[in-house]
Ligand binder design. Sequence first.
Ligand code: F0G
Length: 472
Amino acid sequence: MEHFKHLPEPFRIRVIEPVARTTRAYREQAIVQAGLNPFLLDSRDVFIDLLTDSGTGAVTQDMQAAMLRGDEAYSGSRSYYALADTVKEIFGYAYTIPTHQGRGAEQIYIPVLIRKREREKGLDRSKMVVFSNYFFDTTQGHSQLNGAAVCNVHTQAAFDTGVKHDFKGNFDLDKLEQGIVQAGAQNVPYIVCTITCNSAGGQPVSLANLRAVYAVAQKYDIPVVMDSARFAENAYFIRQREAECRDWSIEKITYECYRHADILAMSAKKDAMVPMGGLLCFKDETVADVYQDCRTLCVAQEGFPTYGGLEGGAMERLAVGLRDGMREDWLAYRINQVEYLVNGLEAAGVVCQQPGGHAAFVDAGKLLPHIPPGQFPAQALACALYREAGIRAVEIGSLLLGRNPKTGGQLPCPAELLRLTVPRATYTQTHMDFIIEAFARVRERAADIKGLAFTYEPPVLRHFTARFREAV
Ligand code: F0G
């Protein structure tokens, strides 16, 4: 069927969750009650929910069936071994700890790696720095809670929506190495490779870049953690764009990528397609000591290490989801759906980051140039979109970035983006067309959209619970 211009969804839909349409007057009241913050809207008031692709997508028939095989034994469960064996086959990693979600893995490996560096290399906590192409919020949060300064060493082009590049998620290797030398390698307890790079718009990291990062890390004896939420989408992009891998399977690319890291931390709610779940895995005996320390901490924080944060059925479902999420026809469909949305928005005059894996990132700064960053143009756009069509999207800009903890001033943000995150196999092409039409309508009245001012600003992680009024 390759000769067809548009291939439809490679699946049938057999479960229905009804959603209600609402009136503009109803939505007006709802968004005001939510303090002009879409996070505070009730799900029943949302027509199309693009807040996240995390745990919000459809699951496959085989995943659902696998749930019934669950062995709920407290220790040494058969379902644990089903999951650990799958991890070994796909990623080549010897040791597995299941966690309740991605941040469950972070709360374990981060303090363990810091203590190990302290013990073995004399890390000075007052000089501790960790590096990433871009830390996801919770990875940044756990690093900071443990006293580390975070440094994102992304490429210059990463946040420039005017520039196209095959691998906008790549590390800037010079900045990485310079940063390590400056901090003193002993003060760098880990490097995190985020694939795909969520914050830059689901942009991929190349295999060549992963190899080069690992070479730098090995030179300075620093462990590399693969933050793996969207590992399959990253492999798909590598297959499309990196000459060496053009004829490789997704499986082969994935295996090769993970040779260039030591630890796998995963929010399994994305590419592994489960509503809840995570993984913390270790490559081989070189990190066996880290695995042991993580097992100990896991008992206190998540659960006994052979179930961690998951019930037996959920471990079986995850083992199947890891494989189902790597199907090439499925990945092609998913990436094409996001591209369709981005192209439609661009055709309607809405500037976006080049299409990434899981979301369209609209450049709200360009759409609403009359709203300064301090009045959160992307949050204002989110409210306008909800009022227009009941669509919920999420700000990725100054509001999310927050303040400098030392000075209290707003941190300068590289771009004011609105993320339209596409849940897996949940919305159809008609939904994409509806979103594009909603944007075209919002754009017509863009000049009338007002910036926002806080009526309540929490001290940390403010974007989740802040409340606003329109700025005058
Ligand atoms: N790492 C990345 C790259 C992520 O995107 C996320 C979550 C996490 C770690 C944390 O995992 O939520 O399972 O605890 N991202 C979601 C999002 C929330 O909307 O992008 P978690």
